[in-house]
Design a protein. Structure first.
Length: 383
């Protein structure tokens, strides 16, 4: 909640909105107001056929942070009735509540998928008793597979930390960043460089990562130039830029990671997050939310195309929770127009969709706990 309040406060200041400090996050001026968005340049969506093979060699878990069915349907409407997500032949529903609260956060929501146990609100990579647990990244590495993550947020944010770090409090940012030194992932791409150097404890996390055998990149251009080896790329001081500024960087970082990790004949696990859907849900900013959702969907398209060519890759696309209480109240699909309301600047308690594509996809139909996603992937990869 503290992180969301500070980001919302910054957003309001930059927008010229007068704000007052309150002990809790107040609804902003956009909550419960109809917003209209028209997508100016819809993108084409090609048909991608899911492979029918039985062998699951690789698994890619894609998380749209804060993405509900309403986000998906609104984005579908804005793109004139087309999304790459619709190429997934299997759809299920995930229950997102955490161990000690009905309404979860990205720490507990992502951790359930990462370690297979529901944990407490704000925890990352630990069980409900606060004990560190191995994530899918760790288990894949133990079995000789490769593993990686690619996100558009700072690496100390909850979702990437869920898969690589361990802490009872997601706000323990300095400790979480330092914990990446102990993560054995082969490929890590995200933002957050400012907490890896000039630290109060005097540690230079970049140097420590290099000593662990990583090729460290401080920009996306540097990352693209690295052709092999273990990569740790921190491309921005905090989060990556807005969708219109960064272009298709999420898709590029996803594809680079998949190409690198697939060099391992035993297979790989990769987590890819469209991180900033959550931010724009908190800000109740429909325009940026749709830009981010469409960027995520186009990334899904690139990943599905890669998986279809490979034939042995399962792709699972889901969310950790819903953000903003988004409701589609009107619009015109032929014009790409949507009219929406937000009911909150926080998270809401709804089940989220789970889409699956490729061998093993049939295991993700029905209604299940978010922690079951871990167990399904673990079994399919024989971890």
């Amino acid at each position: 909640m503290k992180r969301v309040f500070l980001k919302l406060l910054s957003f309001c200041v930059l927008s010229g909105v007068c704000v007052t400090m309150q002990p809790v996050l107040a609804q902003n001026s956009r909550t419960d107001k109809v917003q209209t968005y028209v997508m100016p340049n819809p993108y084409p969506v090609e048909k991608i056929v899911s492979p029918e093979g039985k062998k699951v060699k690789n698994v890619i878990l894609m998380i749209g942070d804060g993405m509900s069915l309403m986000h998906v349907y609104s984005a579908w409407t804005a793109n004139r009735g087309k999304l790459y997500l619709e190429n997934c032949p299997v759809v299920g529903l995930s229950k997102t509540y955490c161990a000690n609260k009905l309404i979860t956060d990205s720490g507990a929501g992502g951790t359930a998928m990462a370690i297979g146990q529901k944990t407490n609100y704000h925890s990352v990579g630990v069980d409900a008793q606060g004990n560190p647990q191995p994530s899918l990244v760790t288990l894949a590495k133990r079995k000789g597979l490769s593993a990686g993550i690619a996100v558009t947020c700072r690496l100390w944010d909850a979702t990437p930390a869920d898969f690589c770090c361990h802490n009872v409090d997601r706000d323990a940012e300095d400790a979480i960043v330092a914990d990446y030194v102990n993560c054995d992932a082969d490929y890590v791409v995200g933002g957050g460089a400012k907490k890896l150097v000039n630290r109060a404890d005097g540690r230079d996390i970049f140097k420590e990562l290099e000593q662990k055998g990583y090729k460290v990149a401080r920009s996306w251009e540097e990352c693209k130039a690295i052709k092999d080896g273990r990569i740790f790329a921190v491309t921005d001081s905090v989060d990556t830029p807005l969708p219109a500024e960064r272009g298709d960087r999420l898709a590029q970082s996803a594809l680079k990671g998949m190409d690198l990790l697939s060099k391992n004949d035993k297979g790989f696990f990769m987590m890819i997050e469209g991180s900033q859907l959550d931010d724009y849900g908190h800000f109740n900013d429909l325009d940026l939310l749709m830009q981010e959702t469409h960027d995520f969907d186009r990334t899904v398209g690139k990943v599905l195309e890669w998986a279809a060519r490979d034939g042995e890759t399962l792709v699972v696309v889901t969310a950790d929770h819903e953000t903003g209480g988004l409701t589609l109240v009107g619009g015109d699909k032929d014009k790409g127009e949507i009219q929406c309301k937000f009911s909150t600047t926080s998270h809401s308690g709804v089940m989220v969709p789970v889409y699956a594509f490729g061998p093993g996809a049939e295991n993700f139909t029905g209604i299940f706990e978010n922690s079951d996603i871990f167990h399904k992937i673990k079994e399919l990869l024989n971890l």
